[in-house]
Design a protein. Structure first.
Length: 542
């Protein structure tokens, strides 16, 4: 027999079911007391039966709900029901029949990508997944330990043949060389916001790279080793607000990033400041000002007491100090940058003030424009090295697309950049191998920081000119650039005349770790020997 036996569980289940039916029947017992449909109370009865959150008859939710006093209605109620023309963009246009796969691919067909993992990765890994055990709270429960030790970077090997305008001791002009450079970062994280970071370049020393000279610089082929394991940067970086939160075990709203040690500072794309020096920095971050139409701005204060690299002082043995601030703001639908620095030289006649400001914006949806100013004043030396103004203007053009074109990356970028340097302008500080202040103006002004590859004069002293070129990015995995550049002098100068050049570049991402790059240029220089070069570089991400 398959009959079920009645047990205490069955009785209990029946009792619970009966209790639920009783509770569900209670509202119906009082239904006869409800107001008839034609009475004034009827809307309230209907509202009680409406789904949660549904509009209630006789109630204007847009007026009766509590809202911020700064908010206000944009017109009458009827106006809100019928938005004015131009309030919203047109509805999306769907071409062809519905395709489920296209909907799945709407976020770029995301999938797992093979990555180049750091050769050293201990503790919390860079690319990781899964649940984590509770972290230690040695620095406070509200600032838990989140540690890792990583070493990563890239290895560059470049082969070049060129004449960069200098003559070697044996009278040769041409040079062929294979050089190497290793950029190695070492990162020790303590918490989510505090870390100790170091950077070293063990294959170069004093801007001279480990290389094999095939001919030119020496009478015979020669291997030159330039090993240097000293740290170029070594600093502590953290958020003072998070640290105080851990110490006091109290939540606070302070965001105050700090750094001290041999700190690298890179502002305005490295044009105004690109150096590492012994000092400290403090930032005020993520602020806004509705009154000034500023959605976000940061301000960083910094000081450097040693290892400041600048051509504005009298000689390389001058241990100049630097004090200043740098900031940016998203304002008036553009991007504003500012900077002020004071260089305190050992020879006080070379101490001076350095100011910078820049504004970047897209105009008419077609032109990306950036205007940057750098000004120097205050030197009292007989021959001033930082006493002038530099104007940099960068432009790129966005080609027009058909209205119904499928969105795709902007991969064709024509550009036209200009500069004008009055007297002797100087950036605040630049590392020796970071190139001249015109490095970002065009590829014919950009040093490769590896093989002594030639460039046009990138100092912008009493000169003007620019670069016009076109960049094509294919499927964003390759780049090709063709460019023409010009340097014209503001005053007749026998030692420095007109310069112009043609250059080209090709880069190709071979896979997730390897990049191939080819460069070629030829420069014509009035009053000086012409320059030319061709180079091949392979870069391995570590």
């Amino acid at each position: 027999m398959n009959a079920k036996a009645w047990t205490s569980k069955s009785l209990l289940s029946g009792f619970v079911a009966g209790l639920l039916l009783l509770l569900l029947g209670i509202p119906g017992a009082f239904a006869e007391d409800a107001a008839p449909a034609d009475t004034p109370d009827a809307p309230q009865a209907e509202a009680a039966e409406s789904p949660a959150g549904a509009p209630q008859p006789g109630v204007d939710a847009r007026k009766d709900h509590e809202m911020s006093p700064e908010a206000k209605f944009l017109g009458a109620l009827n106006d809100l029901d019928a938005p004015a023309q131009g309030w919203f963009d047109p509805d999306a246009q769907y071409l062809g029949p519905y395709d489920a796969q296209e909907q799945l691919d709407i976020y770029g067909k995301k999938h797992m990508n093979k990555t180049a993992n750091p050769p050293v990765s201990l503790g919390r890994r860079l690319y990781d997944k899964g649940a984590y055990e509770p972290r230690p709270t040695w620095l406070g429960e509200k600032n838990p330990i989140n540690s890792h030790l990583m070493a990563y970077g890239d290895l560059r090997i470049g082969a070049a043949a060129y004449d960069n305008g200098t003559t070697s001791a044996d009278g040769k002009n041409d040079q062929s060389v294979v050089a190497s450079r290793l950029n190695l970062d070492i990162d020790l994280a303590l918490t989510a916001t505090e870390r100790i970071h170091a950077f070293t370049r063990p294959l170069d020393k004093n801007n001279s790279f480990t290389r094999y000279q095939i001919q030119g610089g020496s009478k015979n082929d020669e291997f030159v080793d330039q090993f240097d394991f000293n740290f170029d940067t070594l600093y502590f970086e953290g958020d003072l607000g998070a640290m105080v939160q851990g110490w006091t075990n109290k939540i606070n709203k302070i965001d105050l990033p700090i750094a001290f040690g041999r700190v690298p500072l890179f502002t305005q794309n490295g044009i105004w400041l690109d150096d590492a020096f012994d000092g400290a920095a403090l930032s005020i971050t993520a602020k806004s000002s509705p009154t000034l139409d500023i959605s976000n701005f940061d301000l960083t204060f910094f000081a450097g007491f040693n290892q400041v690299t600048t051509a504005a002082v009298s000689n390389s043995n001058d241990h100049a100090k630097v004090f200043g601030l740098a900031g940016f703001a998203d304002v008036h639908r553009g991007y504003f940058e500012l900077g002020y620095g004071y260089v305190d030289a050992d020879d006080k006649d070379f101490s001076y003030h350095n100011l910078s400001a820049a504004f970047t914006k897209r105009y008419g949806g077609r032109i990306n424009n950036s205007v940057r100013l750098i000004g120097n004043f205050g030197q009292d030396a007989t021959i001033k090295k930082a006493d002038g103004v530099l104007v940099l203007v960068e432009n790129s053009w966005i080609p027009r697309r058909p209205i119904n074109a499928v969105p795709s990356p902007i991969n064709l970028v024509p550009y036209f950049n200009f500069f004008a340097g009055f007297d002797s302008p100087q950036p605040l500080a630049r590392a020796a191998d970071s190139g001249g202040v015109l490095k970002n103006t065009g590829i014919n002004f950009e040093s490769d920081g590896l093989t002594a590859y030639p460039t046009l004069d990138a100092a912008a002293k009493e000169s003007y000119g620019g670069a016009v070129g076109v960049e094509y990015l294919f499927g964003l995995n390759r780049q090709i650039v063709f460019e023409g550049a010009l340097v014209e002098r503001m005053h007749d100068n026998e030692a420095a005349g007109t310069q112009y050049a043609l250059g080209a570049r090709y880069q190709y991402k071979l896979n997730n770790a390897w990049i191939l790059r080819l460069d070629a240029m030829h420069g014509w220089r009035e009053g000086q020997r012409n320059v030319y070069g061709a180079r091949l570089e392979i870069r391995r991400k570590l």
